[in-house]
Design a protein around this ligand. Structure first.
Ligand code: NAP
Length: 418
């Protein structure tokens, strides 16, 4: 494939998909999008740390060959005002695995959210957010070390379907008339109307991914989070489809919570994954009070939106929470915070959200030795209280360093062996 502005690196090979599995060469070409605002600062810092960890782990036998792709303001400068060029979309698909910084989204007008466009155009149906505690990170919890969950949030329907009709519009009136006259629905005059589609197809592929992840990683449970007591045919159906996928496709690997008590006397058999479900409102409370009971979580779009930010806040907030949007194989890893424009180009902010998204990416391509080195270096930097401003304001006697200074500290730790 030839590109107009994208330059593929001279060395390295593309990641591919063989027999339904990701095939990663030892010298893969991976894509990165710098992002807007603080994107340039956190990307250059993170690239140095990822490269140092890979070099240390594999001594040159493995190396990432980075290919810069353009979205957002940088793209607009290069592609005559186009914020999401077609060749970027093509390259994200072609390279299979990429990572991106944050992108600006104007509120109430302007262009459509680039992040939402990206997820839709590439059908990145699972938003995956691991939330775990690292010793030394400031946390409001008494036992933050009990938080270790991976949230799989459905990324294509529910509120993300965006089917809404404003109060007073012609379409709204048409729909209101149909609902009242044909379906005998009752609601106040002038209500804005929205449709919440939740399908078996989209629910099942998301839940399937969560269960596969739990089995592969030896995780203890998958919790289906829903509001099915009220929204029976959308949220409740999500729950029911979840149990269907679990028992029809993964029978040998799973035990449902009912089976746990009816057939196993409450004793979880070895090597199986427990499938349970919780109603969304109580889930927020449980995740705060008894986080140790949760492991992998699969949930619909809006629940997952709230839950992933709330969970992140328990262990350091959005400055550190990583994320990814994943289709069957194609994956775009991303910082979960925004562009923080007031800090742009000040070399000040915490690069950890993007950094840990890269750690997820290294895990995803199977390079766990490198990702572990970054985890260890991070814990060691925190033990030294060498942190960026956001953590420093929560930690007594910390040394505040810049974005690049934090990367330097991590690279030193990696090169020193942890
Ligand atoms: P934001 O950029 O996430 O920033 C909000 C605040 O969070 C910052 O002022 C800062 O807090 C803190 N923060 C964010 N990133 C940080 C980091 N790396 N290190 C330390 N602190 C960090 O949210 P926003 O101001 O609401 O949004 C700005 C723009 O980003 C908007 O255009 C929005 O649409 C876009 N956005 C993009 C994405 C994405 O691309 N995935 C996600 C969310 C928002 P303090 O001021 O307290 O230091």
């Amino acid at each position: 494939m030839s590109y107009q502005h994208i330059r593929l690196p001279q060395h390295g090979e593309k990641v591919s998909i063989k027999d339904g599995k990701l095939a990663v060469p030892d010298h893969p070409i991976l894509g990165f999008v710098e992002g807007d605002g603080i994107g340039a600062d956190i990307t250059s810092a993170s690239l140095r740390v990822w490269d140092a960890a890979v070099a240390r782990a594999y001594g040159g036998a493995r190396k990432v060959h980075w290919c810069e792709l353009y979205m957002g303001e940088k793209a607009a400068g290069i592609y005559q005002g186009d914020y999401f060029p077609a060749e970027t979309l093509a390259a994200l698909k072609d390279l299979v695995v990429s990572i991106k910084g944050p992108l600006t989204t104007p509120v109430g007008g302007g262009f459509r959210s680039l992040n939402v466009s990206l997820r839709q155009e590439m059908d990145l149906y699972a938003c995956v957010r691991p939330v775990r505690y690292f010793p030394g990170v400031p946390s409001p919890l008494r036992r933050p070390e009990e938080v270790d969950v991976v949230i799989f949030r459905e990324n294509t329907e529910d509120v993300y379907a965006g089917i809404e009709y404003p109060s007073g519009s012609e379409d709204n009136q048409k729909l209101a008339r149909f609902l009242r006259e044909e379906l005998h629905a009752e609601f106040f005059e002038d209500a804005g109307l929205g449709v919440k589609p939740v399908s078996s197809f989209a629910s099942k592929r998301l839940i399937r991914k969560a269960i596969e992840y739990a089995i592969e990683r030896g995780r203890a449970s998958v919790t289906l989070v829903h509001k099915g007591n009220i929204m029976k045919f959308t949220e409740g159906a999500f729950r029911n489809w979840g149990y269907e996928v679990a028992t029809e496709e993964f029978r040998e690997h799973v035990v449902t919570e009912d089976e746990l008590w009816d057939e196993h006397g409450g004793q979880m058999p070895d090597g199986k994954v427990l499938i349970k479900d919780r109603i969304a409102d109580i889930m927020f409370q449980l995740l705060l009070l008894r986080p140790a009971e949760f492991d992998v979580i699969a949930t619909s779009n809006l629940n997952g939106d709230y839950l992933s930010d709330a969970a992140a806040a328990e262990v350091g907030g959005i400055g550190i929470a990583p994320g990814a949007n994943i289709a069957d194989h194609i994956a775009v890893f991303e910082a979960t915070h925004g562009t923080a424009p007031k800090y742009a180009n000040q070399n000040k902010v915490n690069p950890s959200s993007l950094l840990f998204s890269g750690v997820m990416m290294l895990d995803y391509i199977g390079w766990r030795e490198a990702s572990e080195l970054i985890n260890d270096a991070f814990v060691a930097a925190l033990a030294d209280k060498t942190v960026t401003y956001d953590f420093a304001r929560l930690m007594p006697n910390a040394t505040t360093v810049s974005t690049s200074g934090f990367a330097d500290a991590l690279v030193d730790k990696i090169n020193a062996g942890g």
